[in-house]
Design a binder for this molecule. Structure first.
Ligand code: GDP
Ligand code: MN
Length: 381
């Protein structure tokens, strides 16, 4: 999960890293008021979850309150890499004498946390890697042992010099290392890590990405989620406890298990159709899940047919069948449903559907060929 710069800076501040005072706002008037209370000059910065905002014109300096308001008016509503700017951060402008780079990422192969540091900050790390590879310092910190001054201070000093700067960088590294491990991050990046003329390091920009697979340990981070990162359907599915990804096609898919979902999508493509989504109802057995899944899928006007493909394990076929009947009762079903049902409680599931006059296949190939044909008929009509 990516979070905005203003949110990332709040975490940095909580962990002790110096950040410029700032406030996230949604209107030019609020930006003016923020500049007034923070004191000019300020930076007005687009808050979007993509990099390279500076180059796109989404980061501007303002020397007066009026200017801050004007810059915010320009930046709010602007599109950066396809995303409309809805908030700007108004932050005290740092007087920058030098720009450094500092980040932590996961090095899976080495089972370590990798630190990347450079005296050539400001530009994106990929850019530094291309133009000045010899100015990049990397070292691994074994996750089991953590940071160790003896092992790592010298490495860090190769990027951060002279020693007074290295000492500050070492302190910041310790703080972001604690943030990284305590909150299960995939990335903590400070770029630029700005040095003021007085010699102090400040995080002028920050990026934090949390590991989605560890979010269950940190329910408090849910409030940081930015809805614009997901489609409305994806947010809806998340609330219903379903794993869902929107795609471009016309065939809605309800499948149990991520692996079977992938295989189902491949088979749909193979027979000339195209999936409208990935949706996994597995993990537990509950008729309500089928109802929710159909409700979300049928909101998509592109969907011309729906395939329900269940290979019952933990998910029981009778629960799925009950869910289908519930959906038929509570939703209008404007498109054909094609069902393939085998596995746990298959007999019971089929009996429930048969009693309601609904057919179910046991063979997946036949079911997929069927749904592709129905989707095409529906589109032609
Ligand atoms: P990014 O383009 O999305 O990475 O956004 P940044 O926040 O890193 O801003 C881009 C560039 O704007 C930085 O590399 C700096 O050169 C400049 N910049 C950002 N914040 C400040 C600031 O507080 N003071 C000054 N003088 N320049 C800044
Ligand atoms: Mn940056």
């Amino acid at each position: 999960m990516k979070i905005h710069e203003y949110q990332a800076k709040a975490f940095l501040k909580e962990y002790g890293v110096p950040v410029p005072e700032g406030r996230a706002v949604a209107t030019p008037e609020e930006a003016g008021a923020a500049a007034q209370s923070i004191g000019c000059p300020v930076m007005v910065k687009a808050q979007v979850l993509v990099g390279g905002r500076g180059k796109a014109g989404g980061v501007k300096m303002a020397r007066t309150v009026e200017e801050a308001e004007a810059r915010a008016r320009e930046i709010l509503g602007m599109k950066i890499k396809g995303i409309v700017v809805q908030k700007v951060l108004v932050a005290s402008a740092v007087d920058i004498a030098a720009e450094f780079y500092l980040s932590l990422t996961v090095d899976r192969a080495a089972r370590a946390i990798q630190c990347i540091a450079s005296a050539s900050g400001g530009m994106e790390i990929e850019e530094i890697a291309k133009t000045q590879p010899d100015r990049i310092v990397t070292f691994s910190v074994p996750a089991s042992r953590g940071l160790d001054r003896k092992a790592h201070f010298q490495e860090l000093s190769r990027a951060f010099a002279p020693s007074a700067v290295a000492e500050q960088a070492w302190k910041i590294l310790g703080e972001i290392y604690r943030l990284f491990t305590e909150k299960d991050c995939l990335l903590v990046e400070i770029n630029p890590c700005a040095q003021t003329p007085a010699g102090t390091l400040v995080a002028a920009d920050a990026k934090v990405i949390f590991d989605d697979n560890a979010l269950y340990k940190h329910p408090e981070l849910e409030t940081c989620r930015s809805p614009e990162e997901y489609s409305a359907d994806e947010m809806d599915a998340r609330a219903a406890g379903l794993s869902f990804v929107s795609l471009e096609g016309t065939i809605g898919c309800i499948v149990n298990g991520a692996g079977l979902s992938m295989a189902t999508m491949d088979l749909i493509k193979h027979f000339g159709g195209s999936p409208a989504n990935f949706l996994d109802v597995g993990g537990s057995s509950n008729p309500q899940k089928v109802l929710n899944a159909l409700r979300i899928i049928l909101k998509n006007p592109r969907v011309t047919a729906v395939l329900i493909n269940i290979f019952g394990g933990i998910t029981r076929c009778d629960d799925i069948a009950r869910g289908i009947l519930m959906a038929r009762e509570k939703l209008s079903l404007p498109v054909p449903l094609v069902i393939r049902l085998i596995g746990t409680n298959e007999k019971e599931g089929r009996a429930i559907l048969a009693a309601a006059g609904i057919d179910a296949y046991d063979d997946l190939t036949t079911a997929v060929k069927g749904v592709v044909a129905r989707a095409q008929e529906k589109r032609a009509s």
